[in-house]
Design a protein around this ligand. Structure first.
Ligand SMILES: *[C@@H]1O[C@H](CO)[C@@H](O)[C@H](O)[C@H]1NC(C)=O
Ligand SMILES: *[C@@H]1O[C@H](CO)[C@@H](O)[C@H](O)[C@H]1NC(C)=O
Ligand SMILES: *[C@@H]1O[C@H](CO)[C@@H](O)[C@H](O)[C@H]1NC(C)=O
Ligand SMILES: *[C@@H]1O[C@H](CO)[C@@H](O)[C@H](O)[C@H]1NC(C)=O
Ligand SMILES: *[C@@H]1O[C@H](CO)[C@@H](O)[C@H](O)[C@H]1NC(C)=O
Length: 385
């Protein structure tokens, strides 16, 4: 014991010396002893960034430095690499994002968002073919079984050819949904899955029911096999990370559509001023989320009361709540929804923040949430009244 400590101290001293007087001490990996796979650790969640030039050039470098200083086990970005309109989905967008990911010290996981593929077909984003842009994202971000970042984690990839792939004509060829991934870390099963805003590609410009149907079935298969793997591997919890806010119950019609929590089907839109719908999604279209939500609920209940967390972005409003009910209206208490912060209030780089999650695999709740204030960004905000 004592000898190991002395060696570790000498090594640290040597590294510090080698780094030179003007450099910060060399970074050490997160505090996890190799003999304790269940030791506590922290991860970083973020999404919906950057949405403006200010956020890209001022907010993002501050955000990256802040996450790097936190010595995280890994980070996950839950989609939307840019704003939804009036910004092109050109190749430079993905290149810019890759540079952000690869500036992160810790392994950087990513799941795509509607602003970086589904809505690229809007004329004001360049009128791209959405599936062609998803195909491009797969090449840029998902070409191998590793995360992005300066250090990488190996992930398991959904390799079955189940997702409709890009082609100019239908029927689409089926390709692997290589963005759907999972990895076990410290006793917890993490999973990313391609679930999208814009009604999961059933509304907005060029809705695409064929694309939706194939990907949604693939997503449900990935969910089921991930929960099976979690049970088999003795996972203490599951965290699902995707982009779209599917809506969960009747409580909040201002940022997404409202659902009957028992059936998980639509409630009629809440009507706002001048009889306009105040919902973020379109209840006049087919429902792109109900079958997915029913599968999430079944998988969660089938996991036997261990914590299940569903992380999404999309509506840019930080919250941690318990919106899931069973088919009789009883709350599923071990299920938590976490929405990451993101661009919201048009306050320059001020909205560029992230969420730290403390993971203690031996604790009852496993996860604790700590929204981060990126001081370098907030310091610039002097406009309070
Ligand atoms: C990609 O980004 C790098 C810097 O990260 C830049 O040097 C290069 O020109 C970019 N390429 C394209 C095609 O945008
Ligand atoms: C997923 O699991 C549910 C039960 O939790 C089952 O009803 C459904 O058929 C499964 N779907 C697939 C695609 O595996
Ligand atoms: C409702 O309509 C009135 C009259 O056209 C307009 O002045 C007002 O701004 C509208 N309110 C909203 C919330 O759109
Ligand atoms: C308000 O909208 C609903 C649904 O679109 C429509 O049926 C109703 O006629 C509208 N009411 C008014 C006063 O415009
Ligand atoms: C503060 O914001 C302004 C305008 O958005 C920008 O020009 C300036 O560089 C920022 N200052 C700092 C210290 O981030």
């Amino acid at each position: 014991m004592a000898r190991g400590t002395a060696v570790a101290f000498l090594l640290l001293a040597a590294v510090t010396l080698a780094a030179g007087a003007n450099s910060p001490p060399a970074r050490r990996p997160p505090a996890r002893r190799p003999d304790d796979a269940m030791a506590p650790y922290t991860i970083g969640l973020w999404g919906d960034l950057p949405y403006s030039v200010d956020q890209a050039t001022i907010g993002m470098p501050h955000l990256i430095a802040d996450m790097n200083a936190a010595k995280l086990a890994f980070t996950v970005m839950d989609g939307d690499l840019k704003q939804g309109s009036n910004s092109p989905c050109d190749d430079g967008l993905y290149n810019r994002s890759l540079a952000y990911f690869n500036a992160l010290d810790a392994p950087a996981a990513f799941t795509p968002g509607d602003n970086d593929w589904v809505d690229c077909d809007r004329a004001n984003n360049g009128g791209y073919n959405s599936l062609e842009r998803l195909d491009y994202e797969r090449k840029v971000f998902f070409s191998g079984p590793y995360t992005l970042g300066k250090t990488k984690l190996k992930q398991e990839v959904q390799m079955d050819a189940l997702c409709p792939g890009y082609s100019a004509t239908k029927p689409y060829p089926l390709v692997p949904c290589v963005e759907n991934r999972r990895w076990m870390y410290g006793g917890v099963m993490y999973m990313t899955v391609n679930v999208q805003g814009s009604c999961n590609n059933l509304c907005d410009t060029n809705p695409d029911p064929e694309e939706y149907a194939g990907r949604n079935a693939a997503n449900i298969a990935w969910l089921n096999s991930t929960f099976a793997a979690a049970k088999q591997g003795g996972a203490v919890a599951v965290m699902i990370i995707s982009q779209g806010n599917p809506g969960w119950d009747g409580a909040d019609g201002t940022r997404t559509l409202r659902r009957d929590p028992k059936t998980l089907g639509f409630l009629p839109p809440r009507v706002g001023a001048n009889n306009t719908s105040t919902c973020g999604d379109d209840t006049s279209s087919a429902d792109g989320f109900q079958s997915w939500l029913l599968a999430v609920r079944a998988a969660t209940i089938g996991f036997g009361g261990k914590p299940v967390v569903y992380v999404h972005g999309d509506s840019h409003y930080f919250r941690v709540d318990k919106p899931l009910q069973d088919k009789n209206g009883a709350r599923v208490q071990y299920f938590t929804r976490v929405e990451t912060p993101g661009d919201n209030a048009q306050t320059g780089n001020n909205d560029v923040t992230w969420l730290k999650v403390h993971v203690d695999p031996r604790s009852r709740e496993v996860f604790a949430y700590s929204p981060q204030v990126v001081v370098a960004n907030v310091a610039n905000y002097t406009n309070h009244h």
